[in-house]
Design a protein around this ligand. Structure first.
Ligand code: PEP
Ligand code: CO
Length: 464
């Protein structure tokens, strides 16, 4: 993870008026659990407040600077990871496999786009989930919905489903362990470009994409050796990469507990993650989440769904980035393959017309969720692909830039999304469907997305 301090604190950005880490409590907060034991909640929040932060302000400001570069077309953002992390999934294997996929994808992107890639994991804190209903009913039993491991458990029992504040302490600890392992792997040379074989996943030897990937890695290896022969020494900075963390900052009591002032900086930082984002269901202009986010200095994301009008979008931009600060605001559009051509252009035009400074990235996953006849929540690779390809075309037509992607993926050999190079079918879903929430791209499908981004971008750069 990056460590160079940024001169960002010298910028003339105004302090948000009448804001405090707890001012969101005066607004309507959607998607929050009801904790039955108020005293237990209060003592947990006090404990959380005293625990050390997970990231530092200078890492946060370094990322903001990189996002500002991406706004100018000098970097590409790769944001990806699980829909929801689980406490049980905090294992060496799950963490390192997810890192391997993200590293391989970023290598494909760096090589193909000829741009530095900013890697942002959906991990080390992605434990809270919005749900479409507050309760779930089976037979004649109704219980609170599962809202992610930071709130309650997925099992359909009263005990598991009752929101437990102690889970926040566990989530903080699991996030710290995840971050610690990622940092150690990277500092220890896991991401060294001299050794991309460290990132190979054992189960992919026979992937239909393996040849293309191997070919590219060999080409990069040759280029590195050539440069080292020419210069007579090792090329530095190939042995480490920056990695940032992100999660949906949904559970506001938890986020408030990790919101701090730090020495030699003005303002407040959310120190539980580098890049928190606002989910689609909690993006109301006058809601608690927008209130909380407007006061923190992190770079932030905002999911933009198909129901948002240009006028609503401009008003929320005014609240979240009133000073048009570079790097501050990333808009993550998630429209669906069938809706994007209809919904996106007017938003792109409005933001461009008003000259607002944002980074646009595409989440081609969340608009394309469907249920199969055998009862699985899935996504079709061809729809994910189609939304992403249309996004590139629509931005090109509007004269705006698609600066990154936001994906749900895993390094595990799962069968959750249909299609892709191995053409997974509905009956394959039964083999390895592990997600407790949304279906993720497996390694091969994720790598295929990276390859198609490169192909699409080069078509746009050199139209036929
Ligand atoms: C998510 O990113 O897992 C999610 C719930 O997305 P959205 O808010 O866009 O529906
Ligand atoms: Co999801």
């Amino acid at each position: 993870m990056s460590s160079s301090p940024s001169p960002d604190h010298l910028r003339a950005v105004n302090l948000p008026a009448e804001w405090a880490p707890a001012s969101w409590r005066q607004r309507t907060a959607l998607q929050l659990p009801t904790y039955p034991d108020a005293a237990a909640l209060e003592s947990t929040l006090q404990e959380l407040h005293a625990l050390p932060p997970l990231v530092t302000s200078w890492e946060i400001l370094a990322l903001k600077k990189q996002i500002a570069d991406a706004q100018e077309g000098k970097r590409f953002i790769l944001q990806g990871g699980d829909c929801a992390e689980t406490f049980d999934g905090c294992t060496s294997e799950v963490i390192s496999n997810r890192l391997k996929v993200l590293l391989q994808m970023s290598l494909v992107l760096v090589h193909g786009l000829r741009l530095p890639v900013v890697r942002i994991g959906r991990f080390a804190g992605q434990y809270a989930k919005p749900r479409s209903a507050d309760t779930e009913t089976k037979g004649d039993v109704t219980l609170p919905s599962y809202r992610g491991d930071i709130v309650n458990g997925p099992e359909f029992t009263v005990e598991a489903r009752t929101p437990d504040p102690r889970r926040m302490i566990k989530a903080h600890a699991r996030s710290a362990m995840t971050m610690n392992f990622v940092r150690s792997l990277i500092d220890g040379g896991f991401a060294d470009l001299h050794h991309p074989e460290y990132w190979n996943l054992s189960w992919v030897g026979h992937s239909p994409l393996a040849d293309e990937y191997r070919h590219m890695v060999e080409g990069i290896g040759d280029a590195v050796r050539f440069m080292e022969t020419l210069s007579g020494s090792e090329v530095h900075n190939l042995n480490r990469v920056d990695f940032y963390t992100s999660h949906e900052a949904l559970l506001l009591p938890y986020e408030e507990g990790q919101t701090r002032e730090v020495p030699r900086q003005w303002g407040w930082f959310n120190l539980s993650t580098h890049f928190p984002w606002i989910g689609m269901r909690t993006a109301q202009l006058d809601g608690a989440h927008v209130e909380y986010f407007r006061g923190i200095r992190n770079p932030i994301g905002l999911k933009v769904g198909p129901s948002v009008t240009p006028d609503q979008l401009l008003r929320v931009i005014d609240v979240l980035n009133p000073d048009d600060e570079p790097g501050r605001l990333t808009l993550i559009h998630r429209m669906s393959a069938t809706g994007i051509a209809d919904k996106l252009p007017s938003l792109l035009d409005a933001v461009k017309r008003e000259g607002r400074r944002v980074l646009w990235i595409c989440d081609p996953m969340h608009g394309n969720t469907e249920s199969t006849s055998n009862g699985y929540k899935t996504r079709r690779f061809r729809n994910i692909r189609s939304e992403l390809e249309q996004a590139f075309d629509l931005h090109a037509a509007a004269g705006t830039r698609l600066g990154g992607v936001h994906l749900e993926l895993t390094g595990e050999d799962v069968t959750e999304c249909l299609g892709g190079a191995r053409e997974l079918t509905e009956s394959d879903l039964e083999r390895a469907y592990l997600s407790t929430v949304d279906p993720r791209l497996n390694y091969e499908q994720a790598l295929e997305i990276a390859m198609l981004i490169v192909r699409k971008q080069s078509q746009i750069a050199t139209p036929a």
